[in-house]
Design a protein around this ligand. Structure first.
Ligand code: 4NP
Length: 161
């Protein structure tokens, strides 16, 4: 938590059009449903800037909408140096994203970095697999993992307060 009492969470993947915006939409939905929108600030970004300013991948948006999450207002952006100080939880979708973040992160903030699925109870996988080059089933699997990890993350934040 910061001086203003707000906990800031940043989800990170490669392109910021599939996995991390899905995590942003799902976690935002859960946080709002629990009445905690004023306590937790949520954002997402990519380690790359390849899809800067673009809306999320249509397949991700469609699978999220099927489950009641709205991703239509989200736009891609790339990680910036100032994010490492601003966000208390910077959660990577896979090990490649995490090592990109570790390479950029000032030492003082390295404790802010982690893997999102560390918060997913009962899930064997450690990474949210990149669904970009696969079929619709990959996007559905991303949603399953992201929903589990989002519940676990919120529980962890609440235990800590
Ligand atoms: P994301 O998926 O990292 O979950 O947003 C990808 C999106 C785009 C690309 C790769 C992965 N790409 O190669 O453009």
């Amino acid at each position: 938590m910061s001086a203003d009492g707000v906990t800031r969470v940043l989800f990170v993947c490669l392109g910021n059009i599939c996995r991390s915006p899905t995590a942003e939409a799902v976690f935002t939905n859960i946080v709002e449903a629990r009445g905690l929108a004023g306590d937790i600030d949520i954002d997402s970004c990519g380690t790359s800037g390849w899809h800067k300013g673009e809306p999320p991948d249509e397949r991700a948006t469609r699978e999220a909408a099927r489950r009641g999450y709205d991703m239509t207002a989200l736009r891609g952006r790339q990680i910036e140096l100032r994010d490492f100080e601003r966000f208390h939880y910077i959660l990577a979708m896979d090990y490649a994203n995490l090592s990109e973040l570790q390479a950029m992160c000032p030492a003082a903030f390295s404790g802010h970095l982690g893997l999102f699925l560390e918060f997913a109870a009962g899930v064997d996988e450690e990474e949210v697999p990149d669904p970009y080059y696969g079929g619709d089933a990959g996007f559905s699997h991303v949603l399953d993992l992201v929903e589990a990890a989002s519940e676990g993350l919120l529980s962890a934040l609440q235990r800590r307060d």
